[in-house]
Ligand binder design. Structure first.
Ligand SMILES: [Zn+2]
Ligand SMILES: [Zn+2]
Length: 392
């Protein structure tokens, strides 16, 4: 079992703010849970409501207090975070290569950053943040996730052979809960723009037919633009924003969709045996990202509202009301591997098993394929010439 500079002390979480906040579960997160049969350290068993003992195999039931998942008022939180949402102090390690901060369980993991594969050398530190309100527990266990990655790698064209061996031997996957913000908002938008209606107008044209000039009638497409203005409303529910820059955006976007129906009130039990990343995108920046996402939907509403064949939007004044947020954790299996001196990421949605990844190309294989095609082309051309050009 590897022992890092952070020692073997289990990740420790403690409540910082007064426990008067709704949804607080101080009692549940006091200590690292241990097996009721043998006393060993436990890990959450994906797809269950149980903690599994790695030593005796005993399944320990997670007792979750019946607390509601609370959405917090955004404007109050932006004025004063402590007033609106309970804070939490967590022991985290920070990767010196990519700056990701995450909880670390030395009983389970080797000393490697799940985001970039770099060996972790930095100290632990306490991180004071808005407490996660909810967690989507892992559904897919590690062997199943590895199987998905293996299948994905085998399906890749032009991948180097060494890469294809990943997943068989050296490719360890890290189970990580990624930090997200979700926002609800009732929006009203005043817009201005133009509506375009297509119509056709006859036009006389002279054409040359067999040396004679004829006059013909042709229909020409035209657009009649008229000014448009109005108001549209839309209520948004659970607009998701990743609160971390640790993974490329195209990859995390493609991890969607998430089914947030399976979300549970936060308890650290679901995190045992896994890592959880601390958010690095603050609440206000997170809301700015959510606002951009919402604006895209609203623009679609505005186009429908303008009607006609074509629409131009010159301005949208979006008003948010009753905006609430929560901080949630979503499950992802991550593999980071180095190839050459590049680092590549593979991710598996811990709920659905969908795989996304960056991948290197083998230029030798591509060159080989191009050469092969050229040879086949040459042979075909040869046969064609030999047959006197009567083929096909
Ligand atoms: Zn046990
Ligand atoms: Zn890193």
């Amino acid at each position: 079992m590897p022992i890092g500079p952070w020692g073997r002390r289990p990740a420790e979480r403690r409540e910082v703010e007064a426990a008067s906040a709704p949804g607080s579960d101080t009692a549940l997160r006091e200590a690292q849970p241990t097996c009721e049969q043998c006393g060993a350290v436990l890990a959450y068993a994906p797809g269950s409501d149980e903690l599994e003992c790695a030593y005796c195999g005993h399944r320990n039931r997670i007792e979750v207090a019946p607390v509601a998942i609370v959405e917090h008022d955004l404007s109050a939180a932006l004025r004063d975070q402590r007033a609106a949402a309970p804070l939490d102090e967590t022991e985290v390690v920070t990767c010196s290569a990519c700056a990701a901060s995450f909880t670390f369980d030395p009983d389970v993991h080797a000393g490697e950053c799940p985001f970039c594969g770099h060996a972790i050398v930095t100290d632990t530190g306490a991180h004071r943040q808005i407490k996660p309100e909810a967690v989507l527990p892992f559904e897919i266990a590690e062997p199943a996730a590895r199987e998905r990655v293996r299948a994905w790698l085998h399906g890749l064209w032009f991948a180097p052979n060494r890469l294809k061996r990943f997943g068989q031997a050296d490719g360890a996957l890290h189970g990580v809960y990624l930090p997200y913000w979700t926002f609800d908002s009732a929006t009203t938008t005043d817009y201005r723009g133009r509506r375009g209606d297509v119509y056709y107008e006859p036009r006389q044209v002279r054409v040359n037919v067999g040396g004679k000039t004829q006059v013909r009638t042709e229909m020409v497409r035209k657009v009649r633009w008229t000014p448009a203005r109005g108001r549209v409303s839309r209520n948004f529910d659970d607009v998701l924003v990743l609160a971390s820059p640790s993974l490329p955006v195209w990859m995390t976007d493609r991890l969607e969709p998430w089914d947030l129906g399976g979300i549970k009130p936060y308890t650290a039990y679901y995190l045992t045996g896994f890592q959880a990343e601390a958010y690095r995108v603050e609440l206000d920046a997170g809301f700015a990202l959510a606002d951009e996402k919402m604006k895209k939907r609203i623009a679609g509403d505005v186009r429908l509202h303008i009607g006609g064949d074509l629409q131009q939007i010159t301005s949208m004044d979006v008003h948010h009301a009753d905006t609430t947020f929560k901080h949630i954790l979503l499950p992802v299996w991550l593999g980071a591997f180095r190839y050459g001196n590049q680092s590549y990421h593979v991710s598996v949605n811990g709920q659905t098993g969908a795989v996304q990844g960056e991948r290197p190309y083998s230029w030798w294989k591509i060159a080989g394929a191009v050469l092969l095609l050229a040879i086949i082309g040459g042979i075909l051309a040869f046969i064609y010439v030999q047959s006197g050009g009567r083929l096909g």
